[in-house]
Design a protein around this ligand. Structure first.
Ligand SMILES: NC(=O)c1ccc[n+]([C@@H]2O[C@H](COP(=O)([O-])OP(=O)(O)OC[C@H]3O[C@@H](n4cnc5c(N)ncnc54)[C@H](OP(=O)(O)O)[C@@H]3O)[C@@H](O)[C@H]2O)c1
Length: 271
């Protein structure tokens, strides 16, 4: 049984735990750590995982440690558990889920030779539909990479990327669920403005978003074709699309993703 540690049971830590447990990982093989014991208790009660407040103790004999703390805490966290990892009989692999922090900085913060993987996940892991972009450090063996890939595959898709692309990946995957949620929120408000009740507007929007998402991932057709298929000449949809274009939707996404990638790079420098 692979012994898994989730260091930092916040939003992304919980999404990972939920995805792993729902896909059949034994909850007793997962230990979550938090500074606040009450948060650990909450996760233990919700998912049946073990919980600790001592990161070093949790890292003892762990096969994989997923680091799910804020980016500015990552280097302290890897340095904290590094001595315990060094003493383990198993070759523990550290997997950082943090935006911005480069592999090289983490490799420098741990005892030389410790295997480190950098992942940019997103919260749809919670429902087994995550996107995990992965860049691999110098000391990771093919077996360790296979283990990490298998675990991440149980909570979503895994895509190897060049580490130099990670800031752009953050803009397109790590943060993008929030863009879609914002669009859904705005559409619901727009529906209410058109006179629909909020529950009806929510039902219409969330079902349409889920259906469109399924078509994007399962139809094999690109977004432009799918959109064109909904756009009859001089019809209702093109009237709406014209307004979105005039309002600068496309340019807004260029600017938003640029800001996101820039912020990701900055987080890597705030060490
Ligand atoms: N949220 C996203 O959508 C998303 C997407 C992609 C990547 N990420 C990355 O995931 C990481 C976590 O983000 P998040 O949104 O999940 O943050 P978060 O909700 O604040 O979670 C961080 C968790 O870490 C715990 N923690 C803090 N210091 C700790 C320590 N020394 N030892 C053990 N646990 C500690 C905190 O709980 P206590 O205060 O109780 O310790 C908290 O539950 C970040 O690096 C972020 O870049 C997040």
């Amino acid at each position: 049984m692979t012994k898994i540690v989730v260091l930092g049971g916040g939003k992304i830590g919980e999404a990972l735990i939920s995805g792993l447990v729902n896909s059949g990982t034994d909850p007793q093989s997962i230990t979550v750590t938090n500074r606040r014991p009450e948060r650990g208790e909450e996760l233990r009660e919700r998912y049946g995982v073990r919980d600790l407040t001592d990161n070093r103790q949790a890292a003892e004999d762990a096969d994989v440690v997923f680091l799910c703390v804020k980016p500015y805490m990552i280097l302290d966290a890897v340095a904290e558990i590094s001595p315990a990892v060094e003493e383990n009989d198993v070759a523990t692999v550290l997997v950082s889920m943090a935006a911005g922090v480069p592999l090289g900085a983490m490799e420098d913060a741990v005892i030389a030779g410790t295997p480190v993987v950098r992942v940019m996940p997103n919260t749809p892991m919670l429902v087994g539909r995550g996107m995990n972009a992965i860049a691999v450090g110098r000391f990771v063996t093919p077996e360790q990479l296979a283990d990490v890939t298998e675990l991440l595959s149980s909570v979503g898709e895994v895509l190897p990327v060049a580490e130099s692309d990670m800031d752009a990946v953050t803009a397109l995957a790590g943060s993008s669920p929030a863009y879609f949620f914002l669009v859904a929120e705005a559409l619901i408000d727009a529906g209410v403005s058109l006179g629909l009740t909020r529950p009806v507007a929510e039902k219409l929007v969330t079902t349409s978003a889920a259906g469109a998402g399924a078509m994007l991932s399962e139809s094999g057709q690109d977004p432009a074709t799918l959109r064109a298929n909904v756009s009859s000449p001089a019809g209702t949809t093109v009237a709406a699309l014209r307004e979105l274009e005039v309002s600068g939707l496309r340019a807004a996404f260029f600017r938003a993703t640029e800001a996101c990638a820039k912020r990701s790079a900055e987080l890597g420098e705030l060490r």
